[in-house]
Design a protein around this ligand. Structure first.
Ligand code: GUN
Ligand code: ZN
Length: 442
């Protein structure tokens, strides 16, 4: 019999079994809790006193009392090739794409640059407590190769895909319907379902794909059930008007994707600010999800995502950074900006909404809630340890908070990567504050 690799983490456990807006019993909270991990999976979660008594002697135990233990964050939409152009000043969406994004992405034909950037990017996610993500590469297949290779070395659960774009972008960034199809197919064969990795068919957005390319994307999805679809939809008003001109026979921007069979679940569409009620009803019906990217939406000036409307319509939603349109890799900062977006819309958005959307909400959006997004027996043991007293100011504010929600709210409003005390991937330390990232050179 082989021996079990068992270890335990002690701290204040916060995890969701359901959407806190849907169920009063959604939150699983243990003020002094223990997570028991066996062979990289959660074996038990509960009160420390009870579980410690049952723990085999000599089980390694890491004591994080004073900190929260949560499932690792999931960034539902992010562009690794835009890491170096984060915070590029002052354009609306289409100008920003032309001026900064396409130039930055053109460099990813260089496999060495792609590998270096992929490693830096994933270490940045781990520092921020993010253990899973849905990632856009660039049009170059070697850029997808690089992000998958780096994710495999870190054992992270990641979906990624090479971008499809064959029109309305610089010539040097174009594939064709045929080459994009073939390159995607080869990448699916090589990476989809390998370890914790999955492939995402990735048409950039409707304006940069011909009808033939959107057909090819639909064919890839039909031929490979379980492969994710990721794209952008209805981010800015200017973009929506352009899509209306390019696809005059479609009822709406969302309908363009629907007509080509791209909305079967799992699908993640970034933004969705300018959808209408019929679009939201359709998303709810087909199970496709929206990635809510507040730092990006505010930075690019795209608009205020109506979370309450999407929620009421039954649309799946998760939170996402959308770096480089987004301005931080921190999911705490992302929650913080989501709160401010809701404030501007006059809607409530609590700490439980924020933490749910960055964990189980995003896992459900990816169709991976059986594996990640919660601390529950059988799930993969990806965790983030958050220190609510990471800075002197946070310590003072935390000391004044009376309820769990108040403490979580202060953490989400004041926290960033400084609050990430440790990150675990499959039960093993992937990041620890005050030491270097363990994987930096892999
Ligand atoms: N729409 C099409 N491409 C992009 C992109 O790279 N970033 C954002 N934010 N929106 C897009
Ligand atoms: Zn994006």
């Amino acid at each position: 019999m082989t021996s079990i690799d068992r270890r335990a983490l002690r701290g204040e456990i916060v995890s969701f079994d359901d959407d806190p807006r849907a169920s009063e019993r959604a939150l699983r909270h243990f003020a002094d809790g223990l997570v028991v991990i066996e062979d990289g999976r959660v074996a038990a979660v509960g009160e420390a006193a009870a579980l410690l008594a049952a723990l085999p002697p000599a089980t390694p135990l890491e004591d994080h009392r004073g900190c929260f233990l949560l499932p690792g964050f999931i960034d539902l939409h992010v562009h690794y090739a835009q890491t170096d152009i984060i915070a590029s000043h002052g354009e609306g969406l289409l100008g920003w794409l032309e001026r900064y994004t396409f130039a930055a992405e053109s460099r990813f034909g260089d496999a060495q640059l792609a590998r270096d950037t992929a490693r830096f990017f994933l270490d940045e996610l781990l520092k921020n407590g993010t253990t899973s993500a849905a990632v856009f590469a660039t049009v170059h297949p070697q850029s997808a190769e690089a992000i998958f290779t780096a994710a495999e070395a870190r054992r992270m659960r990641l979906a990624a895909g090479k971008v499809l774009m064959d029109r309305n972008c610089p010539q040097f960034l174009r594939d064709t319907a045929q080459s994009g199809y073939e390159q995607s197919k080869a990448l699916i064969a090589r990476w989809h379902g390998r370890g914790r990795l999955s492939y995402a068919v990735t048409p950039r957005f409707a304006p940069t794909s011909s009808e033939a390319q959107l057909e090819a994307a639909g064919a890839l999805l039909r031929e490979h059930p379980g492969v994710l679809l990721q794209t952008h939809v209805a981010e800015s008003r200017e973009e929506v008007a352009w899509v209306r001109e390019l696809f005059p026979s479609s009822r709406s921007y969302l309908d363009v994707y629907d007509r080509f069979g791209l909305l079967a679940s799992p699908a993640v569409l970034a933004h969705g600010i300018w959808l209408d009620d019929a679009d939201r009803a359709r998303l709810a019906q087909c199970g496709a999800a929206i990635a809510f990217c507040p730092t990006s939406n505010l930075f690019v000036g795209s608009g205020l995502f109506p979370y309450a409307k999407c929620h009421a319509a039954g649309v799946r939603v998760g939170l996402a950074t959308d770096v480089g349109g987004g301005t931080s890799f921190s999911m705490l900062r992302t929650m913080h900006e989501a709160y401010k977006v809701a404030q501007l819309l006059g809607e409530p958005f609590g700490a439980l909404d924020g933490f749910y959307l960055a964990t189980l909400g995003a896992a459900r959006s990816l169709g991976k809630a059986d594996a990640i997004g919660a601390l529950a027996p059988g799930r993969e043991a990806d965790l983030v340890v958050l220190d609510p007293a990471a800075t002197p100011l946070m310590a003072r504010r935390n000391a004044r908070a009376e309820t769990l929600e108040e403490r979580l709210f202060a953490l989400m409003m004041l926290g960033d990567e400084r609050a990430v005390a440790a990150t675990y991937v499959l039960g093993e330390t992937a990041w620890r504050r005050s030491t270097a990232a363990l994987n930096e050179s892999s």
